[in-house]
Structures are given as C-alpha cells and as structure tokens.
Design a protein around this ligand. Structure first.
Ligand code: NAD
Ligand code: WQD
Length: 355
C-alpha cells in the first residue's frame, strides 16, 4: 500500500539553473510537471532558464533567486505554491575548493539541506529526491561498488554529502510519512542534445569532460592526464561516466516511486561500466574529428584508481537503466562547446530577471 496515492505534480527544484538541475527542469517540463525553481546563481546564470523553456516549449512555473539557507524566503515559496515533491540539487560541488573552504561547504550543503527540511516540515511536504555522490565512498571505494560499500569520505565536500545522508535517514526514521530517495551519482557528464544546455564551469574546469571540451575548442592547449601508472588497462584512472540526460531521467522516474517502501532509500546512478581517461580522450577525439593533445603528469592527490557503480539496484527497483554511451556523452558535450565556446556568458538573460 502506497501512502502516496497521487504522483507529484508540482516539483520544487533547488539549484534548477545548474548543470544537472537545468536538464532536470527540461525533463520534468517534458513530462507535464509544474516546475518551480530556486537558485542563487552562485554557480549558474539566469539565462539558462530561458533555454530550458525554449527546449521544453513551456514555461517554468516560477523562478526565485534566493539562497536556500534563507529560511524566510524559502518558506515564502512554499506558502505560494502547493509543492508535492522537492528535487534538491543546490550545493557547492568542487572537491578541491572544499578543502580550502570547508565551512562554506558545510554551511551551504548541510545548512542548506536542514533549512530546506524545516521549510518542508512546516508546509507538510514529505517527498525529497536528494543529490548525493559516489564521493561518499571515498578511498574505501575502488572497483565495482554497490550501495552497501562503507562510506569513507575523504574531503569536506564528500563529508557534507554523507552528513546530509545521515540527517535525511534520521528524519525518515522518526517521521514515517517522510520519504527520501537518495541518488549517488558517479560521473554525470555530456549535455542536452540541442546544444543549448551543458556544463559551463567558471574558470579552469576541475572535471575531465569540460576540460577536454575546452581543449577541443582551442580554449586550452592540452589536457593534463593525472597519472599514467594506475593499475588499470592503460595506466590511467577509470570512472563511470553517465550521460546527464540519463541522470535526469532517473530523477523523473524516482518521482513515481516514493511510496514503494518506507524510509530513505539509496541508489547508485551509473552505467556499471568504466572508462579510463584515455578512453575519454579517444572518444572525444572521434566526436570532434581531431586528436586531443595531452600529456601524462603526476597523479592528482586524493584520486582513486577506479570507481565504477554497481547500478543494478536501481534497475531492479525501478527498471531504470542508462541508454547513452560515452560516444553520445562526447558528441553532446562537443555540440554544446561548439555552440557556446565561452559558455553561457553573453547569451540573453531571462526576461524579468535583474541585471
Ligand atoms: P551546479 O553547481 O551546476 O548546480 C548547483 C546549483 O545550485 C547552481 O545553479 C548553484 O547556483 C545553486 N546553488 C548553490 N548554492 C546555493 C544556495 N545556497 N542557494 C540556492 N542555490 C544554490 O552543480 P551540478 O553539477 O548540477 O550538481 C548538482 C548536484 O549534484 C549537487 O548537489 C552536486 O553536489 C551533486 N553531484 C554532482 C556531480 C557532478 O559531477 N556534477 C556528481 C555527484 C553529485
Ligand atoms: C575524472 C578522471 C581525474 C581532470 C568528481 C568528484 C566526485 C563527483 C564527480 C560530485 C580522474 C582525471 C581530470 C583533468 C584528468 N562530483 N582528470 N585531468 O574526480 O572522478 O569525481 O566528480 O559529487 O565527487 O570528485 O571526476 O572529472 O574530476 O576526474 O586526468 O584535467 O579524470 O584524475 O581520474 P572525479 P573528474
């Protein structure tokens, strides 16, 4: 017996202007959901949401520029809209930066989540999809990981995600009506096939795919491959890259499954197959039609040799499986990079937003 007879129809998306959030908005609009966005644009830009609307051919129900730690502003959003479920993407996500600014990471990621939970509680909203990360497995995780692998976060970012998971688990234990689907993403990448939405990091990209894309478009000279002496087939580190479109489809499917079982449930989101850094370099070279220049340098501190999801639990539970391969991720990332060589900068702002 589901305690949620009605599937959610109005979904609040925190961080809806961000990389994964913007794609999620399109996916939800395409499936008939009313979408409300909150974002402080600390790592995104309002013009992204006009592109979301252009792709979907529908308007986002409302957009609020606010910091999720601002309880009063957040509460006013719940006053104004009858929210059925929340998809919570808003967070800071740069591992390196988190070691330099741990307080900022705990404040936004943990404090933002507790502020959101208070507002949800106050307004009797009991369904939450939470963005967690394979980084909670930390250095304990190498090889193929299922959800029972022990958490061993090794940096403040990963710890902040793990703390949120603990808090959400406690809330679910003590409030049986509350339902949380916690999705641990491996390495989401790629872009919307239209080329209108993609990954647009400010400054030098930390992540592999946007770095490679900037090399391909000529913004950077060559990729530095961090480590060529890992115990892997070609000596470079192996990760589980997942197309952002597959990632957001899983969130849309999640919205149909709150009532399946009580409490918090945790699922890995990955493909279950690993690609080395050089696999990505080769695949991207094929997608863009030219070789990606690279040099092999020292390992990046904190990196593990291989991190690949056992993604069978989510397939068993919901029948969800990714359908897009590394070639599609590279093709779509390259398309976005070509159409937006300097990212979103300079594109038109959403009408009605502040300059
Ligand atoms: P992103 O930075 O592109 O998106 C996050 C969005 O949240 C941005 O639009 C940002 O402006 C907003 N935001 C940040 N702090 C806020 C605040 N205090 N109030 C309101 N809005 C705020 O990141 P993303 O890649 O889209 O990641 C989305 C979520 O997925 C994050 O929680 C991240 O930790 C998690 N995640 C990402 C990856 C990845 O590789 N991209 C992997 C695992 C988990
Ligand atoms: C991938 C591979 C690098 C850049 C991070 C976070 C994790 C999660 C996903 C949020 C690694 C190599 C990279 C470069 C390189 N995010 N690389 N040259 O580290 O697997 O995971 O994103 O939750 O928490 O840690 O992703 O894209 O940074 O690196 O050789 O310039 O590419 O060493 O092997 P990572 P990444």
């Amino acid at each position: 017996g589901s305690s949620y007879p009605r599937p959610p129809s109005t979904v609040l998306v925190t961080g809806g202007a961000g990389f994964i959030g913007s794609h999620a908005c399109v996916e939800l609009l395409d499936h008939g959901y009313e979408v409300i966005v909150v974002d402080d644009y600390s790592n995104s830009a309002p013009q992204v949401l006009s592109r979301v609307e252009r792709i979907a051919g529908r308007f986002v129900g409302a957009v609020y520029e606010l910091d999720i730690r601002d309880r009063r502003a957040l509460s006013a959003v719940f006053d104004r809209h009858s929210v059925d479920a929340v998809v919570h993407f808003a967070a800071h996500k740069a591992v390196g930066e988190s070691t330099r600014m741990p307080v900022r990471y705990y404040d936004t990621n943990v404090g933002g989540t507790t502020a959101l939970l208070s507002a949800m509680q106050e307004h009797h909203v009991q369904r939450l999809v939470f963005s967690s990360s394979c980084s909670v497995y930390g250095s304990a995780g190498t090889g193929l990981l299922d959800e029972s692998a022990p958490a061993a976060p090794t940096n403040p970012y990963a710890s902040s995600k793990w703390m949120c998971e603990r808090i959400l688990d406690d809330v679910c234990r003590h409030r049986p009506q509350f339902s949380v689907l916690c999705l641990r993403y491996f390495n989401p990448t790629g872009a919307h096939p239209s080329g209108l939405l993609g990954e647009d990091p400010s400054g030098e990209p930390d992540n592999l795919m946007p770095y490679v894309a900037q090399v391909a478009v000529g913004r950077r000279e060559r990729l530095r491959v961090f480590g060529g002496d890992y115990p892997t087939a070609d000596g470079t580190a192996v990760r589980d890259y997942l197309h952002v479109m597959d990632t957001v489809e899983a969130h849309r499917v999640a919205l149909d499954h709150f009532g399946d079982a009580p409490g918090m449930r945790i699922f890995n989101l990955g493909t279950g197959s690993g690609s080395s850094v050089l696999d990505v370099v080769t695949a991207f070279g094929r997608a863009c039609g030219r070789a990606i220049p690279y040099e092999i340098v020292a390992r990046r501190p904190g990196d593990v040799p291989a991190l690949v999801a056992d993604a069978s639990a989510v397939a068993r539970a919901w029948g969800w499986r990714p359908t897009r391969d590394l070639a599609a991720m590279c093709r779509d990332a390259w398309h976005f990079q070509q159409l937006n060589p300097h990212g979103y900068a300079g594109s038109a702002r959403r009408p009605g937003t502040k300059e």
